[in-house]
Design a protein around this ligand. Structure first.
Ligand code: COA
Length: 119
């Protein structure tokens, strides 16, 4: 599994994954495109690169203003959860965001969303 930056070709797979994850925010194609083009936006994807074509396993979408970052949307494929993919996405994001001056990351989740709270 590897984590890399989002590319426009990922949109179809991200929207498909979002459909499988009702707890994720319901975003349109435009929402992802706008965030990817925003100077403060960063979207990471996790993929199984040993498959042909690689299978999208998860994504995490961030928006940074100065030293504060909001984790705006995130999901891992239900068939691949609790294998460290969510953590790998956050660790990769932490490394990238620290380099551009981020100090705090916020995530708003429902109190009932135990997996997200654990993460
Ligand atoms: C939240 C979510 C992204 C976690 O992804 P994941 O790949 O399963 O997470 P990981 O395997 O990396 O686990 C990270 C930590 O959370 C814990 N965790 C994950 N799922 C859990 C669950 N169902 N119950 C309890 N703890 C859980 C793991 O034990 C791990 O803790 P550790 O580091 O102490 O071992 C995933 O459950 C998901 O896609 N949920 C639906 C969408 C969502 O809620 N998004 C967040 C709001 S935008």
């Amino acid at each position: 599994m590897r984590v890399r930056l989002f590319a426009k070709d990922d949109l179809h797979a991200i929207l498909g994954l979002q459909e499988k994850c009702p707890e994720a925010a319901r975003w349109t194609e435009g929402d992802y495109k706008r965030l990817a083009e925003d100077a403060g936006g960063k979207i990471l994807v996790a993929e199984l690169e040993t498959m042909d074509p690689p299978k999208l396993l998860g994504f995490a979408a961030f928006h940074r203003v100065l030293d504060e970052v909001e984790l705006r949307n995130m999901a891992v494929d239900p068939e691949h959860r609790e294998q460290g993919i969510g953590k790998a996405l956050l660790e990769d994001a932490r490394d990238r965001l620290l380099k551009v001056g981020a100090k705090r990351v916020f995530l708003e989740v429902r109190a009932s969303n135990k997996p997200a709270l654990s993460l």
